[in-house]
Design a protein around this ligand. Structure first.
Ligand SMILES: Cc1cc2nc3c(=O)[nH]c(=O)nc-3n(C[C@H](O)[C@H](O)[C@H](O)COP(=O)(O)OP(=O)(O)OC[C@H]3O[C@@H](n4cnc5c(N)ncnc54)[C@H](O)[C@@H]3O)c2cc1C
Length: 367
């Protein structure tokens, strides 16, 4: 049992939709960016649910967060402004951050004021994240970061970045998993240049981030210097294991179920039921203090396939299947979903890479 009231969340979101606070859309956790809406959720106590109350959180569990995030995604609410911070950087700061960092950043995230982007990928480090070249150099009282990050979603609107950088080791050598460290960076400083990259949507969210001796104080280092690989691996379980890896196209499915029906939808709904059960198990393991890396990868692998199959089913729906108003909403949503779909299986780890990870974990277990 969870202590969050699903019906209350659903009713509140419906009220906000009717008041015109948002228009439902697909892929709302990455493409639905609205800072005012993030602040509205913050004021309602719906950001930072899992961290302690003294840091602006609600002291609830991941099972509760699962319910809340499911409802936000089902409603197609614009949650991209705070999603990365709420999903993974907040929990990483809560676990690995200094007291000073926690006190500074967590309440601001929970209020919808601090917005994070992820500085993991680089031009030559995507699937092979350990090939990161961005350098961290020791200076008095902290570190400077120099290098280039790419595909950092919403970096041009973010206040802070999570940065994976190299404090030792080499990006190509056998020791490349060593010498990685994690930093929280204030983006409002001279050493940071952010350039948006246009995507299929036109404006979009992708950015390049150039760092030239950008400054990070010691208290903003996450965890132990040099232990970044182990820490980021745990963080990826939080990145991959949530309902957003299943529900990016849910608003489209909902319109089809309400309007068109048909056996193909029955199969999709059955798959969704199984994926939700897996998602709840991942959340329960997070509540038990685990970082369920391979279960989260399995959820993302199967969830992404489901999200794309929803779009595939939508391509078969015709004008005759629903009323005029629903049809216009449906075609707009289907177009949004189709534009976002190429990214589903890339973001957060590609299908091939997750397949390798899941297979390795299964072999390990069988030994
Ligand atoms: C919508 C979206 C949002 C993103 N947001 C962010 C963000 O905010 N921050 C951030 O840091 N990054 C972000 N990324 C980047 C994302 O993490 C990378 O695109 C992803 O890790 C893949 O890296 P790559 O693009 O360099 O492809 P590559 O790693 O070059 O892969 C190219 C192809 O080779 C395959 N491949 C690679 N290695 C193997 C292997 N060992 N076995 C089999 N096949 C393999 C891959 O599956 C893929 O098909 C985002 C990407 C997308 C699409």
């Amino acid at each position: 049992m969870t202590s969050v009231d699903r019906a209350e969340i659903r009713a509140q979101l419906e009220r906000w939709r009717r008041e015109g606070r948002f228009t439902p859309r697909c892929d709302s956790w990455l493409a639905g960016y609205d800072e005012d809406f993030s602040r509205l959720l913050g004021a309602r106590g719906w950001i930072g649910l899992t961290w302690e109350q003294r840091y602006g959180g609600q002291g609830r569990g991941f099972a509760d967060r699962f319910v809340l995030t499911e409802e936000l995604l089902r409603a197609g609410a614009p949650v991209a402004g705070h999603w990365i911070a709420d999903r993974q950087i907040g929990p990483a700061v809560a676990r690995w951050g200094s007291e000073e960092l926690k006190a500074h950043v967590l309440p601001r995230i929970a209020a919808g004021e601090a917005r994070f982007c992820l500085g993991m990928s680089e031009p030559d480090a995507g699937s092979d994240l350990a090939a990161v070249r961005t350098r961290a150099e020791r200076v008095s009282g902290g570190w400077t970061l120099s290098g280039q990050k790419v595909w950092s979603s919403h970096a041009h609107r973010a206040t802070h970045a999570y940065v994976l950088a190299r404090t030792g080791g080499s990006p190509t050598g056998p020791d490349r998993h060593e010498g990685l460290s994690e930093f929280v960076l204030d983006l409002d400083q001279p050493g940071v240049t952010v350039r948006p990259i246009p995507d299929l949507h036109g404006a979009g969210h992708f950015c390049e981030v150039f760092l030239d001796r950008a400054v990070v104080p010691d208290a903003w280092v996450l965890g132990t210097v040099g232990n970044g690989w182990a820490q980021v691996t745990d963080q990826l379980a939080f990145e991959r294991g949530g309902p957003e890896r299943v529900l990016s196209t849910y608003p489209l499915l909902r319109l089809m179920v309400d309007g068109a029906g048909g056996w193909r939808l029955g199969e999709l709904v059955a798959r969704l039921t199984a994926l939700r059960a897996l998602g709840r198990r991942v959340a329960a393991r997070m509540d038990a203090g685990e970082a369920p890396v391979s279960a989260a990868a399995t959820l993302k692998l199967l969830g992404n396939r489901f999200e794309v199959d929803v779009i595939e089913a939508a391509r078969g729906v015709t004008r005759a299947d629903m009323g005029a108003e629903d049809w216009s909403r449906f075609t707009a949503m289907r177009a949004q979903a189709q534009l976002s779909a190429p990214g589903f299986s890339l973001r957060g780890g590609t299908t091939e890479v997750l397949g390798v990870l899941v297979a390795r974990a299964a072999l390990e277990e069988a030994r």
